[in-house]
Structures are given as C-alpha cells and as structure tokens.
Design a protein around this ligand. Structure first.
Ligand code: ZN
Length: 302
C-alpha cells in the first residue's frame, strides 16, 4: 500500500492537555470512541506523568479502563519515567511514547531533566515497555526550534537519534513543538534522522503556530514519511504563545492527503462531525478550517 498514510490522533492527550477546558473522564472516553468510529487506528489516549505536574491528565487510568477497545486500534500513552511507564502498562497501553527535548534549557524546564537524563529515562521506559510487549515510539521535541534557545541545528536531532538508535524504537517522531519549522528544514531533518537511525519508521508531529504545519506535512510526505500526528479540530494550544494555535487539525490534514490521493482509512465527514461535537464540549471555537468549510464541494445540478 504505497499510498497509505497513517494518522496518529493525539487530541485526547496532547490536545486536551493544552486546552483551557477541563473535560470529564466520561467525555474523554467518548472522544476516544468517536475517534475510533471515524476510522482512527492509532489514538494517543492518555498520559501517565505526575498528576501534580499535569492535573488535567491525572485520570489516565480511568480513561484507559473506560475505553471500549476496538480490535485493530492501538491505544498509546505518554510516559516520561519508570513510574509512568509502569502505570501505562498496568492501564493497558498498547504503545508507549517517550519524549526527549532537543535543547538543554527546554528539557530542564519541561521535564526537569538534562538531555542526558532524559535519554537515560528513555532507555528505562523502552526496556520496560518492550518487556511488557508494548510498541515504543520516542519523540524528539523542539526539533525545529526552541522557545528559550532559538534555532536548533538539525544535526543536533540526528545526534540524539544516533545515541538512542540501539533502543530500536518502533518509531522516531520529529516534533516541531513550537510550530516554527518550514518544509526545507523538515526534509533535511528527516533525511539526517533516517541516516542516524537506519530502519526506524519516521513520524512527524507538526504544530501550526505559524501556519506552516500542512506545508511541512506535504514536504515530509514527499520525503517518504508515512506517519503523522494530528489533533482533531487542532485542539491543543502552544503554551509558549498563549494566543496562538498549536496542533495541526486532523480534518485539515486528512482533507489534504485525500485530495493528494493518499489513503488514511479515515472518514472525513465523521471527523468533521466529531470536531463539531468536541467544539461544543470544549465550549470554545477550534482552529480547524476544514471543520468550518467542509470537504470538497459536491457538484450540484440545476
Ligand atoms: Zn503537539
């Protein structure tokens, strides 16, 4: 299936974590169900980080336990340390996603760890996840730029990928966490990361903070990347630019990919309907444009 592109839906975790609304556990579970019903086969459903650090995500166990598991759907969870991965496995996560921030300042502010410590934590997370039979993915965040250190050399991302290549993650995710990247940079990044970690599947996580996410995805697709994260409605702001948008909207990505003749397995109309539902649950407008405009117009005859 050469024209298949897989979308990892991150709204239940990455999205809701950064949204001003605080949804109930039941509503989060309903969101996950609706996403699976729209055709999603990979959903980032929960986070197992310190409940003190991220109170909104403290109900990870409750969300995972409440999900009506759909066969063929992989439910993933974020873990940043040993305790987190143990909780995620216990809760039944099929895939564990870890994070290494590419710059020292951001790593220490975001995770309270140096890059070296974050790499060591990833090794523990990866070992525990594998021992439990879970898939693993590691995100290198701030890959296109850092809110504290500014520009980040692509070679720095490749260096981190090279250091952790022996953990053999099922996927390595390049994340433009603050939405500053542009297509030429993205193509360079994926090229270097693929060299640094031969054989690993590549995945992109782009934020639309400066309106470049779709262009970056288009460029990455051209460079052979076949898996992307996106968030329904574009839910999940950028914490470093309070008035800006964050995650790229799933329905906008899916519209583009379908019109480019890629198959995502997703039902665009169902995504739009779910996005509209989510907007009501959140109590505020979401950034998606396709949810407002609809899909390609159907021809009308007189
Ligand atoms: Zn994100």
């Amino acid at each position: 299936m050469g024209n298949r592109i897989q979308i990892v839906e991150v709204s239940p975790r990455d999205g809701l974590q950064a949204d001003p609304a605080d949804l109930s556990t039941a509503t989060k579970i309903e969101l996950v169900s609706r996403l699976a019903a729209a055709g999603h086969t990979r959903i980032e459903a929960a986070s197992f980080v310190s409940p003190k650090a991220v109170p909104k995500m403290a109900d990870g166990e409750g969300v995972m336990a409440g999900i009506d598991r759909v066969p063929g759907v992989r439910y993933s969870a974020l873990a940043l340390n040993q305790r987190g991965v143990e909780r995620a496995i216990e809760a039944g996560a099929d895939e564990i996603n870890g994070v290494i921030v590419a710059t020292e300042t951001f790593s220490q502010r975001n995770q309270g760890a140096t890059i070296e410590e974050a790499i060591a934590r990833w090794r523990t997370i990866s070992d525990t996840a594998r021992a439990a039979g879970a898939a693993t993915a590691v995100t290198i965040s701030a890959a296109c730029g850092c809110p504290f250190e500014g520009r980040v050399a692509s070679s720095k991302i490749a260096d981190i990928a090279r250091i952790i290549a022996d953990t053999e993650p099922d996927e390595i995710v390049v994340a433009d966490t603050i939405g500053v990247g542009v297509p030429s940079q993205v193509v360079e990044l994926f090229g270097l990361v693929a060299e640094a970690m031969p054989g690993a599947a590549l995945r992109g996580h782009f934020h639309n903070t400066r309106n470049t996410a779709l262009a970056n995805i288009g460029a990455a697709v051209g460079a052979g990347v076949k898996v992307f994260d996106s968030s329904l409605g574009g839910v999940g702001g950028c914490p470093f630019a309070p008035r800006a948008t964050g995650n790229v909207p799933t329905e906008d990505v899916v519209y583009m990919l379908h019109e480019m003749s890629y198959d995502t397995g997703l039902d665009l109309d169902a995504l739009i309907a779910t996005s509209t539902w989510l907007e009501e649950e959140l109590g505020h407008e979401v950034p998606s444009l396709v949810a407002k405009a609809g899909g390609f117009p159907v021809a009308t005859s007189e």
